[in-house]
Design a protein around this ligand. Sequence first.
Ligand code: PGA
Length: 248
Amino acid sequence: MTNNIYFIANWKMYGRTSSLNSLNKIKTLGKSKKYNKAKIIYLPPYTLIDNFVTKFKKTNISVGGQNCHHIEDYGSFTGFISPKMLKDMGCKYVIIGHSESRNSGETDFDINRKIKAALKKKLKILFCIGENLKEKRKKITHSVLQRQINNGLKGIKNYQKILIAYEPVWSIGTGVIPKNNELQFNVDKIKKILLKKTKKKLPILYGGSVNNQNISNLKNISGIKGFLVGSASLNSKKFIDIIKKTIN
Ligand code: PGA
């Protein structure tokens, strides 16, 4: 197990070609030895994957897709992108099961098929799990996480390319993060569920309103191997600050 720390920049449905200009400083950081523990991964919208891959050539920064189809190669599926296409563009990662994709109808079953398809094309998977506010209030967080993990990873034998992103849905885009003891408790629980299911220690990342203010606190949670950053990653200065505050 390496002691890499992951920093995922999830750009969601933001960015245009001119946004590439804002990435010069992060590109420099991505080449520096001082920060070689930082595994930086950008998830741009599909329209910018090519530009990002080109921009980050000869750096340690990788690029990933924001979703993929469950058919790994080609097919008559208007509007969709396959793992093969992501791979062909130079993507190394794909995020699967993000709550915003789950909210538009993606089920555990769909997610499981997508993970399997992406693994066939040798992509690394950022597999998102997390309870929503209703589930948190009903105090069923752990059974929700257990269901998402067990269904999402059903039938998978090789876990080497899978990372888990724990994102409490109520924390995404709200500016609210879990209290330290709650987060620690949930991360420990996820670890246990994963160990039981996979017999392996998969990296667990945290996501949900991570910013350059709360990172100094979040980095104290033990067992977290990195962060999935949405809105703060659109601002390179803030994203770099998050990386520096975590690594230093
Ligand atoms: P946020 O998004 O940092 O804007 O809360 C995180 C995510 O959805 O991955």
